[in-house]
Write a protein that binds this ligand. Sequence first.
Ligand code: FNR
Length: 370
Amino acid sequence: PPLEEILSLHDFEAVARRTMGKRGWNYYSSGADDEITMRENHNAYHRVWFRPRILRNVGTVDYSSTILGHKTSMPVYITATALGKLGHPEGEVTLTRAAGKHNVIQMIPTLASCSFDEMVDAAIPNQVQFLQLYVNADRSRTKKIIKHAAERGVKALFITVDAPQLGRREKDMRTKFVGNASSQQTQGGDNFKRDQGAARAISSFIDPSLNWNDLAELKEAAGEMKVILKGVQCWEDAVMAAEYGCDGVVLSNHGGRQLDFAPSPLTILPQVVSILKQRGYMTPSRPFEVFIDGGVRRATDVLKAIALGATAVGIGRPMIYAMSTFGEEGVSRAFEILKDEFEMNMRLIGAPTLADVVPNMVDISSLNAA
Ligand code: FNR
């Protein structure tokens, strides 16, 4: 279908399913085991309802946001997804360009198909990029990546902590991996397990011995860059991240691709935020930002997360489906759709700015009910 007929982020997925190559579709769309967590990521949003307010002068609405000190057009960022060339011959630079055009932050994946420098070079002046970091067993390699990222102006490191081993994604494992991960970590004699799908092929780059004691060293290497843990799944670890001096966490189950029956980030968000605040974090004197990702497809999803205390929300699959089906223009269209949805839904809930999207704008009484 022509791009103008794409009306929602769901539509990109429907087109991708029909038109993408099998290898790419199986890698992008799969979740771990029975995909219960992957589905729950969506379902959890269906258990939160708005408490709309009236007569609040929504003549103009402003959904611009600030993420880790950087102004963005909306409280959404492109989260890291590996192997972009399985979906589009130009790979992740298409995301970079659309993000630049729409003032959205891109999180560069360690295991991208394009090289790190290609993605930085594709950015416009002052475009903000973050880096998702898989920590390699060879720490000197990881430190080199961190140092290079700092030199190239990356503003924050998102250390992925939910993948000491990559999950079993059976759909993906049924297709053999013909690799095109060209990034730093994949070069240099690693042992590719090519016969079991893309995920297994790249899993050998991740160090399962990574632990809290490694953080000081990584933080020091990061220098001025902020450090956020991506893949936190309970309040205890969010508190530990704050105590270890991190600048934030992403509540995430990796899009349901790791531990099946991990909880949806939305269901733990209220408790995480409330306990962090009780302990004095998330205040002007001790800033700490909480992000979530997984299952976000609508601005209403994002607004629910904002109401419950998230700074912003990461979007994964819809971006790579948009890229795979319509390239850079598709990704741009995805941002336009989200912007339209923000404008309309903020009017309808009675919130002229994101600061007005407060906890009592949502009803979470069924979120964690049996
Ligand atoms: C991912 N994700 C991911 N995360 C990460 O830290 N490093 C990575 O290399 C990848 N790779 C990756 C590939 C693909 C195909 C997907 C779908 C996801 C997880 C990603 O950052 C994010 O947590 C989820 O994608 C969020 O869920 P949705 O938006 O895809 O539902």
